[in-house]
Design a protein. Sequence first.
Length: 147
Amino acid sequence: MTLSEEENKKAKKDIKSALAKGDLTGVLKAGIDNFFNILCSSKPMTFQQFIEYTGIFHDKFILDTCKQEHLNYVGGKMLIELERNNAEAVPIQLCADFYFQKPNQEWVMKKRKGHINSSSITDWDTNEMAANLRETGRIEFSIEMPE
C-alpha cells in the first residue's frame, strides 16, 4: 500500500496522537502496512525505544489478526539488516514475518517491511545492540504470542 503525501502526513499525525494516548488501536487504524516507515521517520529515538515500539506493534497486530481473521498465531521473526556502506546515515532494513494457522491447519504468513536510517537512532554509536548490528550486519528476534 502506498500513501500519497497528504495521506502520509495524516497517518503520521494520527500515529503520533495515538501513541501519545497509548491508543494502539488508533496506531493500527492509521496504517499497519506503513507503521515501520511512518514511525521511524517521525522523530529520533533510542535503539531500545525503537525495539519497544516495534514490539508493541507486533503484539497488537498479532492479537487483532487472530481475532479478526479467526487465526491461531504460531510464531514469527523480525529481521533487522544493515546495509553496508560508509555513509553517515546507514539504511536499516526491517522485515517481520508472522505465521498463523487457520482452523483447518492451513498456514498463513503475513509480512511487514520497513526501514529506518541510523541517523534516526539517537544512541546509534553507543548502544550495545546497535554495535552488534553494525558488526554482524543483522539481528534476528523471535516474535512470541503476546501475553
